[in-house]
Design a protein around this ligand. Structure first.
Ligand SMILES: *Cc1c(COP(=O)(O)O)cnc(C)c1O
Length: 357
């Protein structure tokens, strides 16, 4: 066991602070596996950010099921990004919770929430080019006109990952927001919750629409934006010399090479090996590989583990909590207990421990 996320605490906290200062009104997104850190830890970190002043009075979770993990560690408002639906979050203990802000993207759901007890807090979602959830321009106008039994907290705009034209799309959608009359209601309603807008685009939008408050929702760029502050390691658990043709592994596999089987911590339960091996896809690349007689020509897949300075191949598919790597003879064999670096996708990795210095 032991796949560990090491965090350079000073550097990470400085980055969080920088993002918060650069994006006034920041709403940290705390969802899924907590971007590798865990949602509870990120909720506490959001409370810390709020204490510093620049942002973090509100955080966003992905689903209703995630509320409990953050609610006790952070005392501000909680936006649920998944749209409210009658079967998810609706009518439940959360509908009139004064800390919870619901996202609504269908007129029928708005009507249902309006009939719920109390005055649920509601953000109306406008459909974007993402075409995931939300109201059309006309639907938004109708929703604003009909939003009586709820407290309107603004409009949500979820843009795709920025390809350079998100500001243009945001400006276009703002026309609908203005036309829907949101700016004419109370100050709270004149709030626009946006994602995937760069700091300069956000500033441009805020300057163009001074009567609106913009709340940038950020996850990846906040928590994972300074990769240099993060390092992931596994441990060498065992090393066994293996002769060419000698059987090993769950499937009695053999390799026409002599080398070392290196057993390291980290397997499918951690999310290791779920990504397709990179490269060597084209026919030409494959031909070059075959000519070189590389390990991928033997059908081995590249692993995310780096040993003795090089990315290494899986000797066989990763196990649940450990992986077997193949080190060709001549490669320096690390000692049992040594740490090796691992490249991971943070949003799909479950770490055994997160160590923040
Ligand atoms: C996940 C999510 C975000 C945050 O996305 P990142 O790319 O991690 O910053 C923002 N808004 C919505 C609606 C989301 O679902």
């Amino acid at each position: 066991m032991s796949l560990v996320l090491h965090v350079d605490g000073d550097r990470w906290r400085a980055h969080l602070r920088h993002v918060a200062e650069e994006r006034p009104g920041l709403v940290p997104v705390v969802k899924g596996n907590g971007y590798g850190f865990g949602n509870g830890r990120l909720a506490r970190r959001t409370a810390w950010l709020a204490g510093l002043g620049p942002g973090g009075d509100t955080l966003a979770v992905g689903t209703y099921a995630e509320i409990d993990d953050v609610a006790t560690r952070f005392d501000g408002d909680i936006v649920v990004l998944a749209p409210w639906r009658p079967w998810a979050g609706g009518g439940s203990e959360h509908s009139a919770d004064p800390r919870v802000i619901h996202t609504v993207g269908r007129l029928g759901d708005l009507a249902a929430l309006s009939d719920a007890p109390g005055r649920p807090r509601v953000v109306l979602e406008r459909l974007t080019s993402m075409k995931r959830h939300g109201l059309t321009a006309r639907g938004l106008r109708e929703a604003v006109a009909e939003a009586h039994g709820v407290r309107l907290e603004g409009v949500s705009i979820h843009l795709p990952l920025d390809r350079g034209d998100n500001l243009a799309e945001a400006e276009e959608l703002m026309t609908d927001v203005v036309a829907a009359g949101l700016g004419e209601r109370d100050e709270r309603a004149a709030t626009v919750w946006v994602s995937h807008l760069r700091a300069d685009d956000l500033a441009a939008l805020a300057a163009q629409y001074p009567d609106f408050t913009f709340r940038p929702r950020i996850g990846t760029e906040l928590w994972l934006g300074d990769r240099g502050a993060l390092r992931v390691t596994a441990r060498v658990l065992d090393a066994h010399p293996v002769e060419r043709g000698e059987q090993f592994g769950y499937r009695g596999r053999v390799l026409p090479r002599t080398g070392t089987l290196l057993v390291v911590s980290g397997g499918t339960a951690h999310g290791i090996g779920l990504e397709a091996p990179t490269g060597e896809g084209s026919v030409r690349a494959r031909a070059v590989t075959l000519a070189r007689g590389g390990l991928d020509a033997l059908g081995l897949a590249r692993s995310p583990f780096t040993v003795a300075g090089k990315p290494r191949y899986f000797a066989e598919p990763p196990h649940m909590q450990a992986s077997m790597l193949f080190l060709p003879s001549g490669a320096e064999v690390p000692a049992v207990g040594d740490e090796v670096d691992v490249r991971v996708r943070f949003t799909t990795t479950t770490f055994d421990a997160v160590e923040i210095s």
